[in-house]
Write a protein that binds this ligand. Structure first.
Ligand SMILES: Cc1cc2nc3c(=O)[nH]c(=O)nc-3n(C[C@H](O)[C@H](O)[C@H](O)COP(=O)(O)OP(=O)(O)OC[C@H]3O[C@@H](n4cnc5c(N)ncnc54)[C@H](O)[C@@H]3O)c2cc1C
Length: 441
């Protein structure tokens, strides 16, 4: 049990405290500040964005898959894309897999876009600050215990948003969750991404996906290479001679265990170098390619999923279910990066969408806490569909808006009238219950 007390030095205080600045948390902080709440965004690293800036470069989830693609996410998430367009640092391209149109951006520019948008909204930022515990009185969280170079400190708040990806607040607050892998389905694998410069784009792009896969298979069969995943992808970036990859695979890792993560980081980088060697030696256009970077940390797809007032299920996804308390929606397929050399795909029928209900963002057993992003309440398969960044941002907008409305009215998030929340979200451009906007920009 925690040994911390309220005697810890008070580092900060806010009406709405958002933990974690990934695509969900940054959007939540922007939404909460715009909805009039004094908002603090707390992040362990020295920049915003989480996976969106540390690991990745492509937003999925904005569009439904297929030829009749529709855009199903708007509001603050699309504003972020528009801001990237203003820097000329985004391209839209067909998906590498069939997950719907891809929105590929420069992650370095996105770091600036996140912080500028959050600051312009009026949110305060607190970087280099790691939350290690919570203080709880009855069914309310009263503060976050955080660690920094100054030692331990306390952050007080009225309403909290857990956007840590790993449900750290739910976990430390003693609320129920499901650990990935505990339901008989192994947790999704981890991936170290890397980018290559010096690529002859024209020749590289002439190598189609099927050919890349068959060359990977042949490379493994030759005994000259060890490539654990044979259908990983390479895609172009907004910068001319640069490509980004999603190729490595480290399986059976608990992404909340530092010992396992240490081994996974080392293995991910080892694999990244092996894939670089393969690309340079076996794929036309990569002869002069050089390694530009590894992801800041290994990419973690799935750890803790909370038990909320509702649990989104595989059946909800595959029946395109709609909910009366919808606050966001998703048309992305189930995309399960299990162990082994392939990935499992299952699609929402007829290019449709299912709703994300507000209740999936409300943890059981704690009154002044919401979650947003990949730690929402969902089973393994539903999570494998709903975790795209388009949806994490949409959940962030919903959770941040709800947190602000609740804080300003001195109510619990679960006491909010759902139609008031939905009305606010709609007027701020959010899409749900099957609403779409034209796909072409
Ligand atoms: C390898 C990989 C490839 C993927 N490919 C795609 C893709 O191409 N397109 C797509 O749309 N989605 C993709 N996804 C899924 C998607 O990226 C994630 O589901 C999404 O980014 C999760 O966002 P989040 O905000 O919930 O969490 P995160 O991005 O994980 O953000 C959590 C934030 O909280 C901070 N944090 C955590 N704990 C603490 C703490 N205790 N104290 C302080 N700060 C804390 C972290 O530093 C981080 O900034 C991929 C995921 C992975 C791992």
């Amino acid at each position: 049990m925690p040994v911390y007390t309220q005697e810890l030095p008070l580092l900060a205080e806010a009406q709405v405290v958002v933990l974690g600045s990934g695509s969900a948390g940054s959007t939540a902080a922007i939404a909460a500040a715009r909805a009039g709440a004094d908002t603090l965004l707390v992040e362990r690293y020295g920049f915003l964005g989480g996976t969106s800036t540390m690991v990745l470069d492509t937003f999925y989830g904005f569009y439904t898959p297929g030829n009749e693609a529709a855009r199903v996410v708007a509001g603050i998430p699309w504003e972020i894309v528009e801001r990237l367009y203003a820097y000329d640092m985004v391209i839209e391209r067909p998906s590498s897999y069939g997950a719907g149109q891809a929105v590929t951006y420069d992650p370095t520019t996105l770091k600036v876009v996140w912080e500028q948008t959050a600051l312009e909204a009026g949110a305060r930022l607190l970087l280099h600050t790691f939350c290690v515990d919570v203080l709880r009185e009855g069914d309310r969280i009263t503060g976050l215990v955080v660690a920094s170079k100054r030692g331990l400190g306390l952050i007080r708040g009225q309403v909290f948003v857990d956007a840590s990806g790993d449900a750290d607040l739910v976990f430390r607050g003693g609320a129920p969750f499901e650990a990935a892998g505990s339901d008989g389905q192994p947790a999704q694998s981890l991936t170290t991404t890397f980018r290559l410069g010096g690529v002859d784009a024209e020749r590289a792009q002439a190598v189609k996906r099927d050919e890349m896969v068959s060359r990977m298979k042949a490379a493994n069969l030759s005994g000259e290479y060890r490539l654990p995943r044979e259908e990983g992808s390479v895609h172009r970036m907004p910068m001319a001679d640069v490509v980004a990859t999603n190729m490595t695979r480290v399986a059976y890792v608990d992404g909340t265990d530092p010992l396992e993560l240490t081994k996974a980081e080392v293995e991910g980088r080892r694999q990244a170098l092996e894939y670089t060697r393969f690309l340079r030696q076996q794929i036309p256009g990569y002869e002069q390619a050089y390694l530009m970077n590894f992801s800041t940390q290994i990419g973690i797809r799935e750890t803790r999923r909370i038990w909320g007032e509702y649990r989104l299920t595989r059946d909800d996804v595959l029946s395109a279910r709609k909910f009366p308390d919808a606050v966001a929606q998703c048309g992305a397929p189930i995309e399960d990066h299990h162990a082994g050399n392939s990935t499992r795909w299952e699609y929402v029928p007829e290019g449709g969408t299912y709703d994300i209900p507000y209740r999936a963002l409300l943890p059981q057993g704690v009154d002044n806490l919401l979650v947003a992003g990949r730690c929402l309440s969902a089973d393994h398969d539903a999570h494998a569909s709903v975790r795209s960044m388009g949806q994490c941002m949409a959940m962030g907008q919903a959770a941040g808006t709800a947190a602000a409305l609740a804080a300003r009215a001195s109510r619990s998030p679960r006491q909010l009238a759902i139609d008031t929340l939905q009305e606010q979200l709609r007027s701020d451009g959010a899409l749900f219950s099957g609403a779409t906007v034209a796909a072409a920009r």
